[in-house]
Every structure is written in C-alpha cells, then in structure tokens.
Design a protein around this ligand. Structure first.
Ligand code: UDP
Length: 333
C-alpha cells in the first residue's frame, strides 16, 4: 500500500449514499478494491458504481466484525451517518446513536480486526458560530445543533483512540456544503425527503414543490440570509483519495476543512438556480430554521498544503448545472 496508487482494499460505510457513492466512484476509477457496507436506509443500490455491496447496519456488530475479518481492508472510509440538522434538533438521540455510538462501534471493530486507518466524514457544523469566517481548523468547536455535536464527539473518540493506539491513524474531513452531481449524471442526491437548499430549489424549479422557503432573512450577513461554502461533490471525493495516500505513506492523524474558502447567501443560490434552470420559481421569506449558523466558510489552506488538494470545480453554476442534469434524470430511478 505504501507509495500511493497501488491497489488497496477499502471498506466504505455509507458507500451507497450521496457522498459515499461519489467517493466509491473515485476509488473505483483508480482501480481500488471497494467493499460498501450500507443499510440502504438513505442509500441506494444503484448508486454503487464499483466494488460490492453488503446490506447491513453498523449497529449489527456481529456482521460488521465478520465482514471486516473476511475483507481485511487496508483502510476504512466512514460515511454512514444521519445528516439533517433540523431532524437532529427534533431527534437528538437518533444522531448520538447513529453518528457517535456507531462510530465508536466501528472503531472498536477496527481495533479488534487489526484495521488501523480511518477516513472520517466530519462537518463544518462542529464549529457552530465560533470563529471568524473563513474558519480555520484551530477554531474552537462549538456546535449549535445535535448533528454537529454528534460529529464533534466522534472526533474526540478518534483523537483519543489515535493517542492510545500507535497502530490507529485517521484523517477527519470537515465538509462544508456538499452539492452537485456526477458529470455523467449517473449518481447524485436522492434522498426521500430533500432538505438541502440547492436540491430543494431545483425540485421547486422542476415543479415538485410549490415554492421555496428562505429560512431567515434577518441574519447578520449582507443580504440577511445564511452564507454557506458550497463544494462540488467530485472535488470533495478527490480529497478522500488524497487522504488515503497520506495515511498510506505514514501521515499522522489530522483534521482538515474541505470547502472552497468563499460562500454564497441563500438569495445568491436562488438567483443562480433560476438562471441555470431558466425557471422563475416562487420563493417565500420564512422564519429562521433552528440550528443554522449565519455563516460557514472554510479556510482551506491546510488541506491544500498537506494533502495537495486542488479545487477543480469551484464554480457555483457548474455545481448547479450538474445537480440539475441529475435532478432531471432522477424521476427514472
Ligand atoms: N435553506 C433555505 N431553504 C431551504 C433549505 C435550506 O433557506 O429550503 C437554507 C438553510 O436555512 C441554510 C442554507 O440554506 O441557511 C443551507 O442549508 P442546507 O440544509 O442546504 O445545508 P446545511 O448548511 O444545513 O448543512
């Protein structure tokens, strides 16, 4: 495995989900041997373009350990999680169980099976309202919703595990707002209930939703709506392959932000979606959604310097265009 691009075996939890499936695609294209472990609650069998799929739950310890022992992966990538901020406010225990407890369970199984490298999907939500944007990795962690707290707690477990076990190293990638779809429109967001802004705007343009609500127009931002750093899912996927190489060549445990370093307000996203689709769908100003920080924008110098990550698709129009192509195709899935 040392030295980069030779074939490695990667165990991917949540690999049938939106982000996981794009990473599986990237790993498959590089010729790696991928095994996806997914309960298909939010994931889809058709989204797994490479490797094989085991349909099982992370909470099913027996199956998890059995599959890890059989497959003997060089590394694990852990995407399986619940990710909807407002849902986490309403159902915190679901988030602490699915995200924090299941991450602890996965780490425990990895230690038992002698698997010592993990790439973890973390989130900008760990920062909450701390720090001045662009937010550096060193900013204090102060999540303002259970989703962010569940991921922050997972990071604490990872850190302590790596301190205690020399043969366990990890990279935690703090995603900002992941959007867009496969350039060939084979995979993309396909949640039963769309909650993310770009997808909801596209579904409104498509006529699936009557109107798009803007959640809060009185934030301390230039136009009063929240600002997010939207990153194309394929650029995000590329960072995972780099993180794998980094760990394979002996890199120490690290945490990296993954975003473009600049953001767009909800109103700017709405204008861009109207422009790209050519559809002037209706928009209404609504109250704030619980748990939303006003601005989340990444400082991304660290991942560029240490992993050599390059943003190749830093273009909101491109993000929306790929998501729109995918959305138009999605009816057939
Ligand atoms: N948002 C909105 N209307 C929607 C969905 C989202 O105004 O129908 C806002 C949301 O309040 C937040 C931003 O868009 O300020 C991004 O939300 P999203 O759910 O896409 O991602 P999050 O930042 O919560 O991970």
């Amino acid at each position: 495995m040392e030295g980069g691009y030779s074939q490695v075996k990667i165990f991917v939890t949540g690999g049938a989900g939106y982000i996981g499936s794009h990473v599986v695609k990237a790993l498959g294209e590089q010729g790696h041997d991928v095994l996806v472990y997914d309960n298909l609650v939010t994931g889809n069998r058709w989204a797994v373009l490479y490797g094989s799929l085991v349909e099982a739950d992370l909470a099913d310890r027996k199956t998890l350990v059995e599959i890890l022992r059989q497959f003997k992966p060089d590394a694990v990538m852990h995407f399986a999680a619940s990710i909807v901020v407002p849902e986490s406010v309403a159902h915190p225990v679901k988030y602490y169980f699915n995200n924090t407890a299941c991450t602890a369970g996965l780490i425990k199984a990895m230690l038992e099976c002698g698997v010592g490298k993990l790439i973890f999907s973390s989130t900008a939500a760990v920062y909450g309202t701390s720090g001045v944007p662009p937010i550096k990795e060193t900013a204090p962690l102060a999540p303002i919703n259970p989703y962010g707290t569940s991921k922050m707690m997972s990071e604490v477990i990872l850190k302590d595990t790596a301190l205690a076990h020399d043969d366990f190293r990890y990279v935690s990638l703090r995603y900002f707002n992941v959007a867009g779809a496969d350039g060939q429109a084979r995979i993309g967001q396909a949640y039963k209930e769309a909650t993310h802004l770009i997808t909801r705007a596209l579904k409104t343009a498509k006529g699936e939703m009557e109107r798009l609500d803007i959640y809060g127009t009185d934030y301390p931002t230039p136009d009063g709506t929240c600002i997010r750093d939207y990153i194309h899912v394929e650029d995000l996927a590329g960072a995972h392959a780099l993180a794998l190489d980094y760990l394979a060549s002996g890199g120490a445990s690290e945490v990296f932000n993954l975003g473009y370093g600049h953001g767009f307000s909800v109103r700017e996203v709405v204008s861009a979606v109207r422009k790209i689709t050519g559809i002037g769908f209706s928009v209404a100003e609504a109250g704030r959604r619980e748990g939303d920080p006003p601005e989340l924008v990444a400082a991304n110098e660290k991942i560029k310097a240490v992993l050599g990550w390059k943003p190749l698709r830093d273009d909101l129009d491109h993000i929306i265009r790929t998501a729109w192509r995918w959305e138009m195709k999605l009816g057939g899935k």
